[in-house]
Design a binder for this molecule. Structure first.
Ligand code: AMP
Length: 265
């Protein structure tokens, strides 16, 4: 593709595709000539005890969906191919990785940055598309690309939701019918926060407290974090007087769900 002078757009995924992934691919097609996707459940971003072994996989179905979207090539490496036995080189985006998900998942962003740079070096894209659903991941990758001088444009694509507001995620498949209802509280509480801010609320702690109560009132929920922070540094904000990131991570049954919104803009 490169030797033909084509602009290559790349969408990395862990598979078990849903409309969120497919929207990244559709959007990706508008940024270049040829579209490459990858499917790889990356072991270095899972800590022991997390859901690496049970992460849902259905490559055949994924390939059908990918084909329908018009992807030009799919890269599906296996783990040995990506990480030899003596693998020991990692990329660490230090400060941004220490907030939000990095607190309860301390090796997660090191694993993400490392696999993404490896995939970039193999696929050699001009443009790569990532979802805003994983906001911290998106800005960690932007930081890595800038600081390691990678010649790749990073595009952030909007979060795709179910009609009732639940952010699409491969992990939603872990939810029972009742847990699926509890899971809606992430989106609902961010909408409530948005309304409060629109009415003039500026106290982040008060919004976080209301959100905590709201989510805890739903069955099977266990909050990892609720944060209102600066969208560039991820440092907590106390007074909301400019646009902020509201980010949540909540375990609902077996599924650890994350979601976020920019509020106050
Ligand atoms: P994953 O397969 O979960 O690693 O996700 C692969 C890519 O799809 C990442 O860039 C995610 O941010 C993106 N993605 C996942 N869920 C959604 C969603 N609901 N809307 C938009 N993008 C998403």
């Amino acid at each position: 593709m490169r030797s033909q002078g084509k602009t290559i757009v790349f969408v990395p995924t862990m598979g078990f595709l849903h409309d969120g992934h497919l929207s990244l691919m559709r959007e990706g097609k508008t940024y270049g000539d040829d579209l490459v996707a990858s499917i790889f459940v990356n072991p270095t971003q899972f800590a022991p005890g997390e859901d690496l072994a049970s992460y849902p996989i259905d490559v055949e179905r994924d390939l059908e969906l990918i084909h329908d979207v018009g992807v030009d090539a799919v890269f599906i490496p296996d783990t040995n191919e990506m990480y030899g036995k003596n693998f020991q080189t990692y990329v660490n985006v230090e400060k941004l990785s220490n907030h939000l998900c990095g607190i309860s998942r301390p090796i997660f962003f090191r694993g993400v940055a490392t696999i993404v740079i490896k995939l970039f070096n193999i696929v050699k894209p001009h443009v790569a598309v990532f979802g805003q659903k994983d906001y911290q991941q998106l800005i960690v990758i932007r930081q890595m690309v800038r600081e390691l001088d990678l010649d790749i444009e990073i595009v952030g694509a909007p979060t795709i939701r179910e009609p009732d507001g639940l952010a699409m995620s491969s992990r939603n498949t872990y939810l029972t019918t009742d847990q699926r209802i509890s899971a809606l509280s992430l989106y609902q509480s961010m909408k409530k926060a948005q309304e409060a801010i629109e009415k003039g609320e500026q106290d982040a702690t008060r919004i976080i407290d209301t959100t905590r109560e709201f989510i805890q009132s739903r069955s099977d929920t266990e909050i990892d974090y609720i944060s209102i922070c600066d969208p560039d540094t991820l440092i907590d904000v106390k007074t909301i007087d400019k646009p902020v990131l509201m980010a949540l991570a909540v375990k609902v049954g077996k599924a650890r769900l994350i979601d976020n919104m920019i509020l106050g803009s």
